[in-house]
Design a protein around this ligand. Structure first.
Ligand code: AMP
Ligand code: MG
Length: 337
């Protein structure tokens, strides 16, 4: 089915219109503080199927379920460890997804056949209203075509989803810019399955942290991973991206000696002046880099870049999330100088 995709505002009336679409089994582009999501009633298998179809998402990659308040989590999951409730007081609402054993009311298609489900309480006002007005638990992956950079503006969603979904709510640019931190609980320890704005350093106040090895390394074809998303190459623009790991002097020396048509540098803002090849910078601090990363990767598609040399970000704080996304955009191709 094709649609005239309607661009809705974040007004109450428009969000109520989007909520009606959700109640009727449809899907809607929804802003959150992390990235835009593709929202559907998490308990309606037909609605959830529409998300997989619109994205071209592999059927074995589960969806995160979004609720208005952490107190509703118990209705959808079998067991909440004490440590999760304590962490929720600090981080919910916010960009944190916690994995729990699911109750049967979460259909298999939503959890991609796993017996667990990821729960998040988004902080973005429009997302919260959409949950409230629809009265549904909302399943929502990022609203990009599978494999493309995640959308951080309504225009990005339109680019990927125009004609495929009935509506997108425009909530402006997403302030965080990278997807939620995903964690699971293992005998009182906290395993980070996907890094995000809530950093390992912050989480470590609540328990021992295990950083899953696949955050910074590729999984082999037949390797069993704890989070299905780890298997996939994600966030890729059409250009070949290479991560260049070195200090400013070495990075500048490298890019300036790699001239050619459609070759671009992706430096920090403060390196840009020193680049003699065309450059699209992506920020200086880790927070700026998180907020701009996906828009910059999409920009390279617009300008027809064929090769992009990205300066390796810091791995502290939210920098680990930036590195994790960039590494996947680069298909794990890193040159260490
Ligand atoms: P996205 O919806 O695009 O933000 O991707 C959601 C990410 O969360 C994917 O990498 C999933 O593999 C991961 N995820 C969602 N639910 C679970 C779960 N029950 N167990 C492990 N990982 C999950
Ligand atoms: Mg995604």
């Amino acid at each position: 089915m094709t649609f005239d995709t309607k661009l809705l505002t974040s007004s109450d009336d428009d969000i109520r219109e989007a909520a009606e679409i959700i109640k009727n089994g449809g899907i809607v582009g929804m802003p959150t503080e992390t990235v835009y999501g593709l929202a559907a009633n998490a308990e309606d298998p037909d609605a959830v199927e529409k998300i997989f179809a619109a994205k071209g998402r592999p059927q074995d990659n589960p969806l995160i379920v979004h609720l208005a308040d952490f107190s509703h989590t118990k209705d959808f999951v079998k067991d909440i460890p004490d440590i999760a409730s304590i962490m929720a007081e600090r981080f919910c609402p916010g960009p944190l997804t916690m994995i729990f054993p699911k109750k049967d009311r979460i259909p298999d298609i939503t959890s991609a056949g796993l017996d667990t489900v990821g729960i998040r309480i988004p902080a973005h006002k429009a997302a919260r209203k959409l949950i409230e007005y629809s009265g549904k638990a909302i399943a929502a992956p990022s609203a990009n075509l599978s494999g493309s950079p995640s959308p951080t503006t309504a225009e990005h969603v339109m680019k990927d989803m125009d004609g495929k979904i009935p509506a997108v709510i425009d909530g402006g640019s997403c302030p965080v810019g990278v997807e939620s931190t995903v964690i699971s609980f293992e005998n009182g320890k906290i395993r980070i399955l996907r890094p995000g704005f809530i950093s390992a350093e912050e989480l470590s106040e609540f328990g021992e942290i295990i950083i899953d090895k696949h955050i910074t390394s590729a999984a082999d074809d037949n390797e069993k991973v704890r989070s299905p998303g780890m298997k996939y190459k994600h966030y890729s623009p059409k250009a070949n991206v290479t991560v260049i790991d070195g200090d400013r002097e070495k990075y500048i020396g490298f890019v300036n000696s790699h001239t050619g048509s459609n070759i671009y540098a992706m430096p920090f803002d403060s390196d840009e002046q020193l680049c003699t090849i065309p450059a699209v910078p992506y920020g200086d601090t880790s927070e700026e880099q998180a907020a701009r990363l996906f828009a910059v990767l999409r920009k390279f598609d617009e300008i027809g870049a064929e090769q992009v040399y990205a300066r390796c970000p810091s791995m502290d704080g939210v920098g680990l999330a930036v590195y994790n996304r960039l590494l996947r955009a680069a298909g794990f191709e890193v040159i260490k100088l």
